[in-house]
Design a binder for this molecule. Structure first.
Ligand code: FES
Length: 109
């Protein structure tokens, strides 16, 4: 476990049942971070909700398989690594650890 993980805490995000397959929603965490939660084939993935290129909200993007494409300049990001798959974005999205407890989704912040 890293030092950052030791200082981190699990935060409740939403009900898993609130996100059906292929659906995405934006949430604002208690610390003000904006995150994007996505249901990819039944697996909940959570990444930073703001594009690293020009800070556009990715909830307005297009979900294709395991990537989200920003609609402003079409950078796509991998939802597991956060890496940009296409330019112009160069910096990765933050990827949050997710834990499902019963129907509750928690993220490590
Ligand atoms: S703001 Fe997302 S690609 Fe430019």
């Amino acid at each position: 476990m890293t030092d950052d993980e030791m200082k981190s805490h699990w935060h409740y995000l939403c009900k898993k049942s609130d996100l059906s397959k292929g659906e995405k929603k934006e949430f604002v965490l208690e610390n003000g971070e904006i995150v994007l939660a996505v249901n990819v084939d039944g697996v909940i993935k959570v990444v930073s909700g703001i594009c690293t290129h020009r800070r556009f909200h990715l909830v307005r993007g297009a979900l294709t398989g395991n990537s989200i494409t920003c609609t402003l300049h079409l950078s796509a990001f991998d939802l597991d690594s956060g890496r940009p798959l296409t330019p112009p974005a160069e910096a990765p999205l933050k990827v949050y650890k997710v834990e499902i407890r019963d129907d509750d989704v928690f993220v490590l912040v």
